[in-house]
Design a protein around this ligand. Structure first.
Ligand code: URA
Length: 197
């Protein structure tokens, strides 16, 4: 059994947070174990909780289109979320839920060892670009420990705010060049508040 499948079994048993009691399915994430790019969203919604798969609702449909715009299918990347259970009523994740769930994301990153981590939305951005605002940081990178971090708006943002659609599309189109150039991009000092890695 692959390291990710082993990990998924552990994640499926997790009962650390209250929301575990209400989930229909845990949503660990999916994709290639050897993916170069890992996309990290926020939390499962209703559709994801029904299917146990990330980004399968309307935001996921847009994410699939964005991936196709750079010639990728979801099986070629890895797609995960900051938290693996659906917050009831699709509320925002609580700090304690993010903290409890962090270990799973860290272990996924360790196994996949991606060249590039693309954060989708504020919660994922806050983990890797602490203290930054998404309107300023989207479309920019930081390189640390051989990993290129790249911030994007959440695909659902385009569904709520049509004006963001073009920015999201434009940010996605930068990914292939960034990935090709990633080895030549200069490393940066980790930000002081960085609590991960
Ligand atoms: N939004 C997310 O952040 N993740 C999903 O899996 C679905 C919607």
């Amino acid at each position: 059994m692959s390291a990710l499948s082993e990990l998924n079994k552990e994640i499926a048993l997790c009962q650390q947070c209250e929301i575990a009691k209400y989930r229909n399915m845990v949503v660990p994430g999916e994709g290639a174990e050897a993916a170069d790019i890992m996309f990290i969203g926020e939390a499962p919604g209703w559709h994801e909780d029904q299917q146990g798969r990330p980004f399968v609702g309307p935001a996921g449909k847009f994410l699939d289109e964005l991936l196709a715009s750079i010639g990728l299918q979801r099986a070629q990347v890895f797609i995960a979320n900051v938290i693996k259970c659906r917050p009831q009523g699709n509320r925002d994740p609580l700090p304690m839920e993010i903290q409890n769930c962090r270990v799973w994301l860290e272990r996924q990153i360790e196994i996949i060892s991606p060249k590039m981590i693309v954060t989708l939305g504020r919660y994922s951005m806050a983990m890797f670009f602490p203290g930054k605002s998404i309107s300023k940081v989207h479309g920019t990178t930081q390189k640390r420990d051989d990993v290129l971090y790249y911030a994007m708006y959440h695909p659902a943002a385009a569904l709520h705010q049509a004006s963001l659609r073009q920015e999201i599309e434009a940010d996605m189109l930068k990914i292939p060049t960034l990935l090709t150039k990633s080895e030549t991009i200069k490393e940066e000092e980790p930000p002081e508040q960085l609590t991960m890695f």
